[in-house]
Design a protein around this ligand. Structure first.
Ligand code: UD1
Length: 373
């Protein structure tokens, strides 16, 4: 039976990949090799999320940890190359746009192993984002491009990608959401914070462009302080953001201002908090998608988004990148109105499995691939 390697490294990868591994395992015609690079290693960013998702125990853990981009990417590249040489998978599946995605696609492509990219074709056209570099290069190296929204295909065609490689399968992150939404809602995680549903604004911020520069971070803290005077704010703080806030007195200021700074939430808790939020402010990609699926108004604190379908078909509004704008967000008094985005229907992993099965059936021998390249 062919061997398929599934690579995960950071929090959003787990949510996207879990349903695909499950769909392929249930078909019973492949063996699975789950590789965790260890880009995220904190319990709250990794183990807790994996447990909530019922994610299979990784067969291989590379344990690369944090580092500068070059250092982290290089460690994953070298570590995953060893796995490829030893285990010889027939296909490698990578997801999203994190450093682990790029590194593993590169290692596989160099060895002539077929690469499938889940969530291919998203573009912010903002080359200052590390994720945009990861997306473009990973797509260029991929044999199978699994896309989640209509704009992905034209983006890929513009870059000269062969249309025969592109498969519009939908959003597997929403498969995870639909599967666990009921459990998440029953948790009512907001109650533990002494809040009522729909009265609070949920905030997540972790992009280096927002949190690494102290002057900008201070302006964001000021805006959240003002926002906290109008509505309760729940702020699950990413470790990167926490470390930057600790360099000053940002955390103390926020706590005094009705902003509940909690640690990174598990998957179920975060889904629970999203579903009952009156509004969400975020710079995350996945949260824009989940908020749309749940029907909760989402204000994206960025100048651009690689997920325009969440604006045209979902609840997402591009707020812009001026910190002062955050202070004007208010919880909606209207009930959530879940969006109907094509193929975000809870069955994207099945369609992904169809495409992966086809690619395995048609795969040329490694020698032939290397000769063609
Ligand atoms: C990464 C992804 C980003 C994604 C995000 C989801 C890249 C380039 N970025 O960003 O696209 O949206 O994951 O969370 O791959 N840290 C910990 N514990 C951990 C992991 C990280 O404390 O388990 C801290 C470290 O100080 C580290 C910093 O967070 O230096 C940043 O981690 P890193 O993996 O480089 O990127 P993220 O900001 O998490």
């Amino acid at each position: 039976m062919p061997l398929v390697a599934y690579v995960v490294g950071a929090r959003p990868n787990f949510v996207k990949m879990a349903p695909v591994i499950d769909a392929m395992r249930r078909r019973g015609h492949t063996r699975q090799l789950v590789v965790h690079t260890g880009q995220h290693y904190d319990r709250s960013l990794s183990d807790d999320i994996l447990a909530d998702l019922g994610f299979p125990d990784p067969d291989v853990s590379l344990g690369v940890g944090s580092g500068n981009h070059g250092d982290q990417t290089a460690k994953v590249l070298a570590g995953f190359e060893e796995v490829l040489l030893e285990r010889r998978p027939d296909l490698v599946v990578v997801a999203g746009d994190v450093n682990s995605t790029l590194a593993c696609a590169l290692a596989a492509a160099k060895l002539g192993v077929q690469v499938a990219h889940l969530e291919a074709g998203l573009r912010s056209d903002d080359w200052s984002m590390p994720e945009e570099i990861n997306r473009v290069l990973t797509d260029r190296m991929s044999d199978v491009l699994l896309t989640h929204s209509p704009e992905a295909e034209p983006n890929l065609l513009r870059e000269g990608i062969d249309p025969a490689r592109i498969h519009y399968v939908g959003n597997t992150m929403i498969d995870s959401l639909r599967k666990l939404e009921g459990r998440a809602r029953r948790r009512a995680a907001w109650r533990e914070l002494g809040l009522n549903d729909h009265e609070y604004v949920l905030v997540t911020l972790h992009r280096p462009s927002n949190v690494d520069e102290p002057v900008r971070l201070n302006a964001i803290v000021e805006a959240l302080t003002t926002l906290g005077a109008s509505a309760p704010v729940v702020f699950p703080v990413h470790p990167r953001t926490r470390d930057q806030l600790r360099l000053g007195s940002g955390l103390e200021q926020l706590e005094r201002a009705n902003v509940r700074c909690i640690g990174p939430a598990g998957y179920l808790d975060f889904l629970s908090l999203q579903g009952a939020a009156g509004a969400i402010v975020t710079d995350s990609g996945g949260v824009q998608e989940e908020a749309s699926a749940l029907g909760v108004p989402c204000y994206t604190f960025r100048a651009n988004t690689e997920r325009p379908v969440t604006i045209t078909h979902g609840t997402n509004v591009l707020l812009g990148d001026d910190p002062a704008l955050i202070a004007d967000v208010r919880p909606s008094t209207l009930p959530p109105t879940p969006s109907a985005i094509p193929l975000w229907d809870g069955h994207a992993a099945e369609r992904s499995a169809d495409a992966l099965t086809m690619a395995l059936a048609e795969r040329p021998a490694v020698e032939e691939r290397l000769a063609l390249a």
